[in-house]
Design a protein around this ligand. Structure first.
Ligand code: SF4
Length: 335
């Protein structure tokens, strides 16, 4: 049974991001809260996303139902952070249900750049207000800034990372991907060269230098993104539709946020096991097996990383040594 899920609870969105067309979708059906009770109790990580999840008036109820169905899961909400009032009203209640709730707030650059990518006026102050509320008032420990790298903002990766560090917020990132089911858009990343390398190196090296092993694993993940940005193959096999799945707002289950084949619909099954072991789910799983679709996002990489601890440890070891050697060279040259 799967251990990881992304659940988009709505496709309504109050942002206008350049790398996503979800906000243009009108009247997409939304599953009632009680249907989330069918999620399997095998789940260990659930990312609640959208659209903008805080646009759902019954978000608290959805999370209550999910929590009951998946008592061992860690929960994270991905938000653009623009609905400051709704977040201030609803999030304290959510935190009472899930005390260790995680929040990922999108930032696609610092200040103006974020507003250019999101095409929303005052996007930046709203994001900061949401972050301060989560960090200082609600004392949420697991807050992340989530950066999506595209052709417009790639030269701000380093600044966004440093900004997160300065504010004591964790940093996570993605690069633009194409997806009919999730972003409703085809995206191509046509950038390369020294500037891209410089930006990625800063983040990877800084994570490797950290004293927290979790950050070394993040460095491995970011290096995987850099591979994809250069047109190389993802480092690990995804096991989409085996370890993880994507649930859209109307209850269709897909192997991942990228793979556009339906495994079944949660509304139409008696329980999740029936859906997961159905002929349709098997066909979908077989259709996406292997490295054919070249994507690498946290939700599609996390379980692969867990399955391959030695490979990841080996990469960390080699790169930490390389980094120590390079740093020594720089130090020696500067003396
Ligand atoms: S990327 Fe997220 S916030 Fe931006 S339009 Fe798409 S769903 Fe909305």
């Amino acid at each position: 049974m799967p251990i990881d899920a992304v659940a988009a609870v709505t496709y309504r969105c109050n942002s206008r991001c350049i790398m996503c067309n979800i906000w243009q979708i009108k009247d997409f059906p939304e599953m009632p809260a009680e249907e989330y009770g069918k999620l399997p109790n095998s789940l260990r990580d659930i990312n609640i996303t959208g659209g903008e999840p805080f646009l759902r008036n019954d978000l608290v109820e959805i999370i209550k139902v999910m929590r009951r169905a998946c008592p061992n899961a860690k929960f994270n909400i991905s938000t653009n952070g623009f609905l400051v009032d709704a977040i201030k009203r609803v999030l304290p209640e959510i935190k009472r249900i899930v005390p260790d709730i995680g929040i990922s707030i999108s930032i696609d650059g610092v200040g103006q750049m974020h507003e250019q990518v999101r095409r929303v006026p005052n996007a930046w102050p709203k994001v900061l207000e949401t972050m301060h509320f989560c960090r200082d008032i609600l004392k949420i420990k697991n807050i992340k800034f989530a950066f999506t790298l595209n052709e417009m903002n790639y030269s701000q990766l380093k600044s966004a990372y440093d900004w997160s560090k300065k504010l004591g917020v964790q940093f996570t990132m993605a690069i633009v991907h194409s997806s009919d089911v999730y972003f409703s858009k085809k995206n191509e990343l046509k950038i390369s060269g020294e500037e891209l390398e410089r930006q990625f190196s800063h983040v990877i090296n800084s994570l490797l230098k950290s004293l927290k092993p979790k950050n070394w694993v993040r460095a491995y993940f970011v290096d995987g993104l850099y591979r994809i940005a250069r047109g190389l193959r993802r480092p690990l096999e995804p096991f989409a539709g085996e370890d993880f799945f994507y649930l859209d707002p109307k209850g269709d289950v897909y192997p991942s946020v990228i793979d556009n084949v339906i495994m079944g619909n949660i509304n139409h099954c008696r329980n999740f096991q029936n859906l997961w072991y159905s002929h349709q789910a098997d066909q979908a799983r077989n259709a996406v097996h292997g490295f054919e679709n070249n994507y690498w996002m946290v939700c599609t990489a996390r379980t692969g990383i867990k399955r391959n601890p030695l490979k990841v440890a080996n990469w960390i070891f080699k790169n930490k040594i390389k980094l120590a050697r390079d740093t020594r060279v720089v130090t020696t040259n500067n003396q």
